[in-house]
Design a protein around this ligand. Sequence first.
Ligand code: PAF
Length: 281
Amino acid sequence: MKVIKTVSTMKALAREWRREGKRVGLVPTMGYLHEGHLSLVRESRGRADVSVVSIFVNPTQFGPNEDFKKYPRDLGKDSAYLREAGIDGLFYPEASEIYPPGYRTYVDIEGLQDRLCGRSRPGHFRGVATVVLKLFDIVGPDFAFFGAKDAQQVLIIKRMAADLNLDVEVVTCPIVREPDGLALSSRNAYLSPGERKAARVLSTSLRWAEKAVGAGERDAERLVAGIRSILEAEPLARIDYAEAVDPETLEPVAEIHGEVLVALAVFFGATRLIDNLRLNV
Ligand code: PAF
């Protein structure tokens, strides 16, 4: 596995691969890898000839009072996982490589970036879209892999790729969960034992919603109210949002019909976790 720290080296290597006719897969991450990331890596290795994982804790997607400084980092462990997984390149740039002095260019995905997570994290998706576009330019992947847990992120990246005619297939991979249902996230590491136990309520509420829809519930307001009451019964949970939305526009729906995304963001202490359920009725 090659460890690449500069944009110019990464671009040169990617050019060489393309000259050799190899199809490149990219898994963008912020590190502190878990089984969810490794499932993306496996998908990339299955589809592409060479696979690159980027590890970059992207400062522009964190708000001023968010956890940029304390975001968990463990390059030693991450590299060992990636070597073991058979990754060809680990792109691990310094912030100054991605945002050199005088940097001023950002990507806005109008209409989508201010809904759901964007409401409580203003500027977050602007930072995500900007860094992902830069990574696409640097690595020039044929495929890029993202987890379905960040449904809004995947939607925004797909929208950007379509709007800017990018030659990359954005592949969504299923949510990976702990045996008790909690979706894997690097931020789970922040949870105290009590909060970790309480966080099961996210998937419990979504499983309830799935069953309710299976039993014929079609009223979105009632469905969301049911989810909220399950979340509110957990004393350590504080709801940021719980919504049933159109998965393409993220606008709230009135009726559970066709494709619907049920999306949640809930605080456990200072840790904000997200989860979602994709319904097709
Ligand atoms: O999902 C993440 O880890 C990040 O938002 C991403 C896509 C790597 C961009 O920094």
